[in-house]
Design a protein around this ligand. Structure first.
Ligand code: NAD
Ligand code: UDP
Length: 312
């Protein structure tokens, strides 16, 4: 039986990954400091004989015996990662150093949850893995973007210097049940606002685009990435290439919820990327023909059904 460590395992993506690994028969150690995640996300797994939950901050070394590590620990929404930016950089960088050190000691395979934010506000569209990005090193998003870029650097240096088996996935905007209702990301914000009958807050003109991936598709790709041969490190883009403006997203959510909320326009936060869409040809080729299966409307229906149970 594979012993698998998931850092950030009580978060949105991490908890779905834990579910999936347990179903596949793995022995899962979920490590989280509950900064943005919650025990509730893994409630259904507590008591399962193959599941263990440990409170731990990845900025500190961890001594456990595992075969695989999925490193997801890091706040992911702009509101959360900008709340304590120094802690965000520490989590990405010290967290990567500690988890890579652990992987080296126990000879585990290690996967990093990197991000489309490494491309910054891109001049290349759609984004391909070979594009180096356009990131502001001193702005309000830099703690996250540069932290994740430095983590990628560390992964590739451990690979070159210590022959560690590393895997890097660059995740594009992913959504689904268990997103935090107040985390400020666009899908959760719009759904919660629509369900409460509050105004839908569009930042800027609403013409900026994102490409939204449903969580199940993402988890499938991460599992396939971990299973690839040792010669494939990535980085590989994971996301759904269907691209929407924020106005289009708002309109879809209004129609699916039947809400009468009004659109209101607020200032665009600084360094907000204007356009984002993954080129997923490498994922299709290297991950056994992987492609996202859940379209935006179906994924939003599932997500709205979840939020109806948590939003008054
Ligand atoms: P999330 O905030 O729900 O999950 C992050 C988890 O990490 C939380 O449970 C949090 O408590 C935990 N954490 C934070 N700092 C920690 C620390 N120092 N030690 C231990 N645990 C810590 O966010 P998510 O959307 O599930 O994102 C998971 C990972 O995927 C993150 O690394 C994020 O950067 C990456 N990612 C997510 C998206 C997305 O669209 N959801 C896109 C790109 C990358
Ligand atoms: N956004 C918005 N209204 C909101 C929250 C976000 O218009 O209430 C916009 C935001 O400015 C950005 C896009 O939606 O252009 C995606 O934002 P999110 O925070 O979800 O992710 P990221 O910017 O990290 O891709």
């Amino acid at each position: 039986m594979q012993r698998v460590l998931v850092t950030g395992g009580a978060g949105f993506l991490g908890s779905h990954l834990c579910d999936r690994l347990i179903k596949a028969g793995a022995d899962v150690l979920c490590v989280d400091n509950f900064y943005t995640g919650s025990r509730r996300n893994v409630d259904a797994l507590i008591g399962h004989k193959a599941f263990e939950l440990m409170r731990h901050d990845v900025c500190f070394p961890l001594y456990v015996e595992v075969d695989q590590i999925y490193n997801l620990a890091c706040p992911a929404s702009p509101i959360h990662y900008q709340h304590d930016p120094v802690q965000t950089t520490k989590t990405s960088v010290h967290g990567a150093i500690n988890m890579l050190g652990l992987a080296k000691r126990v000879k585990a395979k290690i996967l990093q949850a990197s991000t489309s934010e490494v491309y910054g506000d891109p001049e290349v569209h759609p984004q391909v893995e070979s594009y180096w990005g356009r990131v502001n090193p001193i702005g309000i998003r830099s703690c996250y973007d540069e932290g994740k870029r430095c983590a990628e650097t560390l992964f590739f240096d451990y690979w070159r210097q210590h022959q560690l088996r590393v895997k890097v996935v660059r995740i594009f905007n992913t959504y689904g049940p268990r997103m935090h209702p107040n985390d400020g990301r666009v899908v959760s914000n719009f759904i919660v606002q629509a369900l409460r009958g509050n105004d839908i807050t569009i930042y800027g003109s609403g013409q900026q685009t994102r490409s939204f991936c449903y969580v199940d598709d993402l988890v499938e790709a991460m599992i396939r990435m971990m299973a690839t041969g040792d010669d494939f490190t990535g980085p590989v883009n994971i996301g759904n290439p269907s691209e929407f403006t924020m106005i289009e997203l708002a309109e879809k959510i209004l129609s699916l919820t039947g809400s009468k909320s009004k659109l209101v326009f607020e200032p665009l936060p600084s360094d907000d990327p204007k356009q984002r869409r993954p080129d997923i040809s490498m994922a299709a080729e290297k991950l056994g023909g992987w492609a996202p299966r859940v379209g935006l409307e179906d994924g939003l229906r599932e997500t709205i059904a979840y939020f109806r149970t948590v939003v008054a």
